[in-house]
Design a protein around this ligand. Structure first.
Ligand SMILES: *Cc1c(COP(=O)(O)O)cnc(C)c1O
Length: 401
């Protein structure tokens, strides 16, 4: 269909006409971003408290990442894992090293076998396949309110009602139990369980953190019964919560860790990483055309480098502690609870969050929902303190009304 000549260019109208409808869209067109700020087509500025759903740990256009992408784009954008590549090899080594600081070796070795993927959901799929392959078992246990992505395997591990039922039948073998309920886990995990899939802090589900006894008990239960502990750190990983990985707060030692979002520095990327003592896939059992693309590896290498050099875990911890205290001090009757760790924060409201998000946008703050009534903040870990203060003021004024 061709446009009449004099129709002005209207991105929102075009996306409305041709989009699948699968994603709810906001009524502004984003054309540019810089650091912790997004700009719409009218030049209006938004402080990004969403970090684009958590991928932008370093904000938008960090020069180190941009330079790495530019350099790799001029050298080799893409070649498959079917042949080794220098950038991918460097990324493998750097990722193993980045993980090692939070996850010391145990009797199953170190987290050092990497299945690259192109998204978080795909990385979850890889972890599920590996767990079935490794254990020879078929069942999985995951948690109420958990979120692991939208492909069939990941959706099967995901618990929230409507999305699942619409697409049934899902992958068989998944059981969901209440989060933070060790007795329920003890009843559900048995000798047919291939793996338990868990988030340390449930993100989409409303920013709920598992307790240390629960997470430690889960680990023990998996170990005793021969199931793999699959920890989904797609949202919590890469310094967001004030440690490199949220597992470290609870001394949890995953058998398989699933990564995404901030991992790729803005280029689509995911990874499932398991302990070398668990072995490998047989050749031909898994893979994907773009998985481990040198361009994504270069962006990820630069991202991990900046996270370490700029000590962004410490910064997230410090800013997060202050922000949580400020939010807890708000005396707005609309607030039911404030939760979180580092720069992953949920404000549970006594009403739906949708209208609050719209008012925040009017005030120039881009935040996220988590479920129906939680306002979620995932700002870049590099956000200037001024921008964070601006966001806090907007939140205070909006919630006070
Ligand atoms: C975002 C997210 C996913 C899915 O990642 P995609 O890249 O969107 O497929 C899975 N698990 C958690 C915890 C997430 O936050």
């Amino acid at each position: 269909m061709t446009e009449p000549r004099d129709t002005p260019f209207d991105p929102a109208a075009i996306e409305d006409r041709h989009g699948s409808g699968g994603v709810r869209r906001r009524p502004v067109t984003i054309v540019r971003a810089e650091g912790s700020r997004l700009f719409d087509a009218h030049g209006k500025r938004y402080v990004d408290c969403a970090a684009a759903h958590g991928w932008a740990a370093l904000g938008h256009g960090h020069p180190t990442v941009t330079d790495a992408i530019r350099a790799q784009a001029g050298t080799l954008v893409m070649h498959t894992e079917s042949a080794p590549n220098d950038t991918r090899a460097r990324w493998f080594a750097a990722l193993v090293n980045f993980l090692r600081a939070d996850f010391p070796p145990n009797d199953q070795g170190v987290l050092s076998r990497i299945q690259p993927a192109n998204s978080g959901a795909e990385a979850v799929e890889a972890a599920l396949k590996f767990a079935r392959y490794h254990t020879g078992r078929v069942e999985f246990v995951s948690f109420a309110r958990g979120f692991h992505g939208r492909t069939f395997g990941a959706l099967s591990a995901t618990a929230s009602g409507a999305r699942r039922e619409t697409f049934a039948p899902l992958v068989p073998g998944f059981v969901h139990v209440p989060f933070d309920d060790l007795a329920a886990v003890e009843r559900a995990v048995g000798d047919r369980t291939a793996g338990v899939v868990v988030e340390i802090i449930q993100g989409e589900g409303g920013v709920h953190e598992g307790s240390t006894p629960f997470l430690q008990g889960l680990q023990r239960c998996c170990r005793e019964r021969g199931a793999l502990l699959i920890v989904d750190e797609i949202q919590t990983g890469f310094c967001r919560t004030g440690r490199r990985f949220a597992s470290a707060w609870h001394e949890v030692a995953p058998d398989v860790i699933v990564l995404g979002k901030a991992l790729g520095g803005g280029i689509p990327m995911g990874a499932a990483v398991w302990r070398d003592g668990l072995g490998t896939f047989e050749s031909g059992f898994h893979g994907s055309t773009f998985a481990g693309a040198p361009l994504a590896c270069a962006a990820s290498l630069a991202t991990m480098d900046v996270l370490q050099r700029e000590r962004l875990a410490d910064r997230a911890a410090r800013l997060g502690t202050a922000l949580l205290a400020d939010l807890r001090a708000l005396e707005a009757p609309i607030i039911r609870a404030v939760r979180g760790r580092g720069l992953m924060i949920g404000i549970e409201l006594k009403q739906k969050v949708g209208p609050i998000l719209a008012q925040l946008m009017d005030r120039g703050v881009w935040a996220l929902p988590a479920g129906l009534n939680v306002l979620r903040l995932l700002p870049p870990l590099t956000i200037p303190e001024d921008d964070l203060a601006f966001a806090l003021t907007a939140i205070r004024e909006t919630l006070a009304q």
